[in-house]
Design a protein around this ligand. Structure first.
Ligand SMILES: [Zn+2]
Length: 244
């Protein structure tokens, strides 16, 4: 990454009135977290879309899949990029984070205004009565049976075949429309409707500038003011040099 690009991103951040960060799996793979949703990522030889599907809730393979996800998230930690974003929010440079990630690392790193659009793994919930359970229900007890009803205990994540949580989604659209700067980190922006947040921001009243830092190509590369293929932690650390 050139010094010029770091300097320019820092300048955009300082000049913006409402900076929104959009994150995907790429920011957390730099913590060592595997990305099962990425292209070619397989789980037991099968596509995660088949197992992480609403129709699979209550099956052993579904519970095993999320037990692995829960263990992975617990074994790894937020990295320098997560921490810098929390720091920039504290300094008033970043207004909110819209994330596809379910690992909870943004909140764990201290970010306050985080919309977790695909849910989180902090606890599990019965789909019958709504009772919450500690994640040990999966990881230690290997059970998804509710103690209070006939329902099934599942993670609070948006599965394939399910809609995004309505409240978080409408809040995310409001955030995108308020933005005059959007920095995309570690997502190839292939998943609809998540990627439509970029359209909302770009076509919104503040005609947000778009910065994209992610390894793979995205459908939005053409409208990006700055487009980097660098590692996210390295990129944000370089930008930070120009913020102090
Ligand atoms: Zn229940």
């Amino acid at each position: 990454m050139t010094k010029e690009a770091s300097k320019n991103i820092a300048k955009l951040l300082k000049e913006s009135n409402y900076a929104v960060i959009v994150t995907g799996a790429g920011i957390s793979t730099e913590s060592g977290l595997p990305d099962f949703r990425s292209q070619g990522g397989l789980w037991d030889g099968r596509r995660p879309e088949e197992i992480s599907h609403a129709s699979k809730v209550g099956t052993d393979e579904f519970r095993d899949f999320f037990t692995k996800r829960l263990n992975d998230a617990a074994e790894h930690k937020p990295n320098a990029a997560h921490r810098l974003l929390a720091d920039w929010e504290k300094k008033g440079l970043v207004q909110s984070i819209l994330t596809q990630n379910i690992d909870g690392y943004h909140k764990a790193a201290g970010s306050k205004k985080v919309l977790e659009l695909h849910g989180h793994l902090r606890y599990l919930t019965c789909n019958g009565c709504g009772r919450d359970y500690d994640v040990s229900k999966f990881t230690v007890e290997h059970s998804d049976a509710c103690l209070d009803c006939e329902g099934t205990v599942r993670p609070n994540v948006t599965l394939f075949g399910e809609e995004l949580p309505h409240l978080a989604w409408s809040e995310a659209i409001q955030e995108a429309r308020k933005a005059d700067l959007v920095i995309v980190l570690g997502t190839s922006l292939q998943v609809w409707p998540f990627n439509s947040l970029i359209d909302e921001a770009y076509q919104g009243g503040n005609a947000a500038r778009i910065v994209i830092v992610t390894e793979s190509e995205t459908p939005y590369d053409g409208i990006a003011s700055i487009r980097l293929h660098d590692k996210i932690t390295a990129a944000l650390q370089a930008v930070n040099e120009y913020l102090v």
